[in-house]
Design a protein. Structure first.
Length: 123
């Protein structure tokens, strides 16, 4: 079973969005590397819920995305394609973390898939 473990909120003005979510909900943010990507802590780790991120919107119709963690990325991609889904961003390596891709389900809703593998991208 794959669970949703992360979300991404695209923002035209990430600083404004982070201020909003901090003030309204108490979320905290930390920039991830040098990317236009800020990890959101949405609550204590010992409580139910998921964390996410705010990223710079790169296209006007860029959606909010939920990311599911899978054990085998290639097998999950194959299942998506065999069951009416479509890969819209191919599998990429995130060095030291694992692999990620984005897909549309049969209704056209975009989701992310992540496979954790600390050896990803190691030479």
């Amino acid at each position: 079973m794959a669970r949703i473990t992360h979300f991404e909120i695209p923002a035209s003005d990430p600083e404004r969005s982070m201020a909003f979510y901090t003030t309204v909900f108490g979320w905290t943010f930390q920039r991830w590397g040098t990317e236009d990507y800020w990890i959101a802590a949405t609550g204590p780790e010992n409580e139910s819920g998921i964390n996410g991120a705010i990223l710079l919107r790169r296209a006007p119709d860029m959606p909010v995305v939920n990311t599911l963690v899978v054990e085998d990325m290639d097998a999950a991609i194959e299942r998506v394609e065999q069951n009416g889904g479509q890969i819209v961003v191919p599998k990429v390596t995130i060095p030291g973390m694992g692999y990620q891709c984005y897909f549309k389900d049969p209704d056209g809703i975009i989701h992310g898939m992540m496979m954790y593998d600390a050896q990803a991208g190691a030479s």
